[in-house]
Design a protein around this ligand. Structure first.
Ligand code: BEZ
Length: 213
């Protein structure tokens, strides 16, 4: 199994889920996708992560993103767990959880890291664009719950930088100043793309206000 890298096509699969059988690429359709794995059902950190994802469902939808979780337990266990998540996290899980008991998805996406956690997935995240290209990945250990605001921030950066010739600096968040990509040197294009101007800190470090604000 080859390691999945940024720019690779996200592997397709058919797998059972809390919302029935899912053919991944068809299910994704024209949306962005956040595919994220959990060590196991009925575990405390995972419960809070799925509750947080459900609570942020409006934020994912606003960006055209569909979340989908993976856990290597069967669907009847997931269904019971979702009831607990909804009760304890005061939310409604409204995205599918893949029932990956045969580890088809976990294996395709290399989510089991046996030297860190035997027999279960670590906390992997794949951010996948509408062309089914893997655009960002995160990998956290079982003991560390993920920051879903950070996942939204990465999606904001990807969507902004796909449509403007900018990149986002350290700790950037939506609305902050951005950097102009170094390859853009044409004075006419710079003036047309950044009519509010930009600051040359160094020839390779040019700051401008976020162009779509
Ligand atoms: C959890 O989700 O709480 C968890 C799962 C596996 C190991 C440690 C914590």
């Amino acid at each position: 199994m080859a390691t999945l890298r940024l720019g690779d096509t996200a592997p397709d699969f058919v797998q059972d889920s809390t919302e029935g059988s899912i053919h991944f690429h068809e299910w994704a359709g024209p949306s962005w996708v956040v595919l994220f794995s959990h060590p196991a059902d009925f575990t405390p950190v995972c419960t809070t992560e799925l509750g947080k994802t459900a609570a942020l469902s409006g934020e994912f939808a606003r960006r055209g993103v569909k979340p989908i979780a993976v856990s290597v337990d069967p669907v009847d266990s997931h269904v019971k767990w979702v009831k607990d998540i909804n009760e304890t996290q005061s939310t409604t899980v409204n995205f599918p959880i893949l029932a990956d008991a045969d580890r088809k998805v976990a294996t395709l996406y290399d989510m089991i890291h046996p030297n860190a956690l035997a027999n279960a997935t670590v906390r992997s995240v794949f951010i996948i664009d509408p062309k089914k290209v893997i655009r960002a990945t995160l990998t956290y250990p079982a003991s560390t719950g993920r920051n879903f605001d950070e996942i939204l921030r990465v999606i904001d950066s990807l969507q902004l930088t796909d449509s403007h010739k900018v990149a986002t600096p350290a700790n950037w968040k939506d609305g902050d100043d951005v950097v102009i990509i170094p390859s853009l040197q044409d004075a006419g294009e710079l003036a047309q793309r950044f009519p509010k101007g930009f600051t040359v800190v160094r020839p390779y470090l040019r700051m401008t206000s976020q162009p779509n604000k």
